[in-house]
Design a protein around this ligand. Sequence first.
Ligand code: SAH
Ligand code: SF4
Length: 369
Amino acid sequence: MEKPHFLDHDLSSYRQLFKEWGLPAYRADQVSQWVYKAGVHDPEQMSNLSRELRQELFLKFDWSLPEILSRLDSQDGSSKLLLKSKKGHVIESVILRYDGRTSLCVSSQVGCKLACDFCQTGKLGFVRNLSRHEILSQFYLANQLLKAEGLRVTHVVFMGMGEPLDNYDNAVAAANVMMAEDGFFLSARHVTLSSSGLAPQIEKLITDCRAALALSLHAARDDLRTELMPINRRYDLARLKEALLKYQKETGRKITIEYILIKGKNCGLREAKDLVRFLHGLRTKVNLIPFNAHPGMPYERPSDEEIRTFQKYLADRSIPAPVRYSKGLDVSGACGQLAAKHAEQIHAKPERKRVVASTVQAAILTENS
Ligand code: SAH
Ligand code: SF4
């Protein structure tokens, strides 16, 4: 049987496990403190435990973290981490350093089922869901790296590979541990789940999770949105708005709307009008994200002039919409670029592991040069 992973447990389930094993409850509290407060995941270093207990715990849990295959530092201060899961798949996270805060962009799946037309992860197809501990491991490792710089992760966005609400249980459980007082204790306003619009799951979040919600809208007319995001066929804009209204009514939280600007596609006057109509009745914060072009994709970024015109139309109707430029473009860490350069490794089969590792290295060398 597989050993329980240390990040698959929180204080209450540590207590439960320890009880089953006949260990005193306060020991569970000590272990949880080490793991979540001190960032220590080596029982040998848990100095307030007895030697015997340290050995016992060493054998009882899986204390491993994914291997860091590479770290690519961008000129803009972001770092892309390529991690290798135990099963041999590549997981990507991006650290984004700003003045006064450090964000981590985590992946929730390897690949994605939803096949948005503009997204490189979507083009990879779906490989598998990440487990709760694989999502939390990204956070854990980032903090270990940041410690050397005197920093720690203050914000988390689920905007790496995958659709978090399509891996609902694991993504929500991981987000909840990030915010829990006996977990990593981030402010709920600083953890954001980003979704392409799975309406029923958005409604479920009302009771399950206090994290902030970002919605990837990208078009506010059904034919266009369906063309860009096939998920719109299942949950169209009317259904989506119903879910958002309900979410907002129950939680009182502002919703972030992500809107990529794609030249000649979704940023003309007609689309601006559609957007204003869709936003009516919702309290939102709109972010305009100029599309990150990549080879082999027919889409382009609009001119600055087109971006300004779109933004002004919204501003004139009291909808402030800052333009957010993605970070990490030079290391393919920006939205929609994650992992795509490593499609080969994403689909890695265990027997190809060695080739995989060296392909990654080769890719890194090329990217660094
Ligand atoms: N699946 C979730 C979260 C991961 S995608 C979602 O879709 O929200 C994170 C964000 O990156 C989404 O807003 C997505 O639309 C955006 N994105 C994807 N490809 C992009 C590209 N080429 N340029 C800019 N943003 C992109
Ligand atoms: Fe999946 Fe999000 Fe990419 Fe769409 S934009 S394919 S939902 S990761």
